[in-house]
Write a protein that binds this ligand. Structure first.
Ligand SMILES: C[S@@+](CC[C@H](N)C(=O)[O-])C[C@H]1O[C@@H](n2cnc3c(N)ncnc32)[C@H](O)[C@@H]1O
Length: 219
């Protein structure tokens, strides 16, 4: 248990939703940034139309790129306003996607199995990230891909707005190093590798100094 309350986390992200895409790596509005992420997603995902679950999908920027690449995307987010933004983004682009309000730690997708589970920048705010990792690998078909885009943050949020009360009790609230996340995923997957993302300013809209990476694992 942590002291961070789910209702407070939902309220925080509902309030953040309208301006969330103003950050270059959130909205991916710049062509260079968008192409940098699209290239990586192509490298990390299977070529054919895959069933992809985007947990903590936010405004759906990665879902958008994945749908554009021909994948069948389901996004799940705790924040109804984030889900509205994600739906609107795909509709405006003439793309299909299924977006559900729910807890990423127990995605409301029934018995569905996925070829890929994607998660970018969510683990730090989960009360029990180990349980979530177990849930996500259980939702993958055998041979499926778990794709975690994560980091270990040096500084507090760029917005300067404090996160919810009790956030410091969240186990990974400062982010998680690639080494620690690899150790957490290895018992759940057969093949785990890490791609460093810290040295490509195109991904973030400028240079970054903290640890950023993607962990790619197969079940
Ligand atoms: C930093 S944002 C990342 C959004 C998106 N993955 C991206 O990379 O643009 C974190 C997102 O996780 C969502 N979130 C936080 N806790 C969650 C939970 N327990 N279940 C589902 N979504 C959650 C927030 O509403 C927010 O949209």
């Amino acid at each position: 248990m942590t002291d961070a309350d789910t209702d407070a986390i939902t309220a925080y992200w509902d309030a953040a939703a309208p301006a969330f895409d103003d950050e270059p790596d959130h909205g991916l509005r710049d062509e260079t940034t968008r192409q940098a992420w699209a290239r990586l997603l192509r490298r990390w995902t299977p070529p054919g139309p895959a069933r992809v679950l985007d947990v903590g999908c936010g405004t759906g920027s990665l879902s958008h790129l994945l749908a554009q690449a021909g994948h069948r995307v389901t996004g799940v987010d705790l924040s109804p306003r984030m889900v509205e933004e994600a739906r609107a983004k795909l509709t405006a682009a003439g793309l299909e996607g299924r977006f559900l309000v729910g807890d990423a730690a127990a995605p409301p997708t029934g018995d569905d199995l996925f070829d890929v589970v994607v998660c970018r920048h969510l683990l730090w705010t989960l009360p029990d990230p180990h349980a979530a990792l177990r849930q996500w690998t259980a939702r993958l078909r055998p041979g499926g891909t778990l794709l975690l885009v994560e980091g270990r943050w040096r500084e507090a949020g760029q917005s300067g707005i404090p996160y919810v009360a009790g956030a410091e009790t969240l186990p990974w609230h400062r982010g998680i190093t690639a080494g620690e996340l690899t150790a957490a995923v290895r018992p759940l997957a057969t093949d785990v590798r890490v791609d460093d993302l810290g040295d490509d300013p195109d991904l973030w809209g400028g240079p970054v100094t903290d640890e950023r990476y993607a962990l790619i694992a197969r079940t």
